[in-house]
Design a protein around this ligand. Structure first.
Ligand code: AMP
Length: 249
């Protein structure tokens, strides 16, 4: 069984985001970049499925500039078998990414595509759903448990107020949520081994996919700065402030 895993290169989640002066986006120059945290969970799940003997091949895919190769290398060090880099320096929005994945699915014929539920840079939560729509494949979003069977998968989803377990026919698209697993750190020997694993590089233009942006960012703004807190001398003052200033009780 073959699994395609999406790995997006995003600003590292520990970095304090700075909005560009012209408000067109966030600053990415000289900023630490890493694999989208949800994609790490997707890679980890694929590797666990391989270790359990259900999956035979894991292909890590990233779309973006040449540096995305580092993100693919991280996936290879975690246990993916090979990588595909679809190279472009242009902005590609979720619909465009989904179209690129559709082209790769037609080339690679995987049984499962695993993606993050959202990328922490655009917070779109769209790509997996759009890919399933374009392919006409079943989808299971917000996964907290994955069990692959013969021609079908049993997937548990995180929904408001609980968990929902569904069965979907394969091939299918799955998007993973936070509680599915805890991703491993790549060991030094595996980082060394990953250097020898193959990464195929494709130019975005060679795929013949229309990835022109459909959305225009009007403005990106910092959240309002939080006001400084005060230390109150006693409970009575606290209650008074909550009642008369904050008006929350
Ligand atoms: P989004 O819909 O933008 O929130 O992204 C959801 C998921 O789609 C991410 O967690 C990735 O798994 C995948 N994805 C989005 N953009 C890319 C990209 N440029 N390269 C690889 N995977 C991507």
């Amino acid at each position: 069984m073959k699994v395609l895993v999406a790995v997006k290169r995003v600003v590292d989640y520990n970095v304090k985001i700075r909005v560009k002066a012209d408000k067109t986006g966030v600053e990415t120059a000289n900023v630490k970049m890493s694999m989208n945290p949800f994609d790490e969970i997707a890679v980890e799940e694929a590797v666990r499925l391989k270790e359990a003997g259900t999956v035979t091949e894991i292909i890590a895919v990233s779309i973006g500039p040449q540096q995305c190769q580092e993100t693919i290398r991280t996936a290879l060090a975690m246990g993916a078998d090979r990588g595909i880099l679809v190279k472009t320096d242009d902005e590609v929005q979720p619909l465009g990414i989904a179209k690129v994945f559709k082209a790769l699915v037609e080339k690679e014929a995987p049984d499962l595509v695993l993606m993050g539920k959202q990328a922490i840079d655009d917070d779109s939560n769209q790509t997996g759903q759009m890919l399933a729509g374009l392919l006409g494949w079943p989808q299971a979003t917000f996964l907290s448990k994955v069990a692959l069977g013969d021609g079908a998968a049993t997937m548990t989803r995180e929904v408001d107020g609980g968990l929902e377990t569904i069965e979907v026919k394969m091939p299918c698209v799955g998007t993973v949520d936070l509680r599915l697993n805890t991703p491993r750190y790549a060991s030094l020997p595996n980082i060394m081994k990953a250097k020898k694993k193959p990464i195929e590089t494709l130019e975005l233009d060679s795929l013949g996919v229309d990835t022109a942006p459909r959305l225009t960012t009007v403005s990106v703004d910092e959240p309002p700065a939080r006001q400084a807190g005060v230390v109150v001398p006693d409970v009575a003052t606290l209650v008074d402030k909550l009642r008369n200033e904050a008006k929350v009780i």
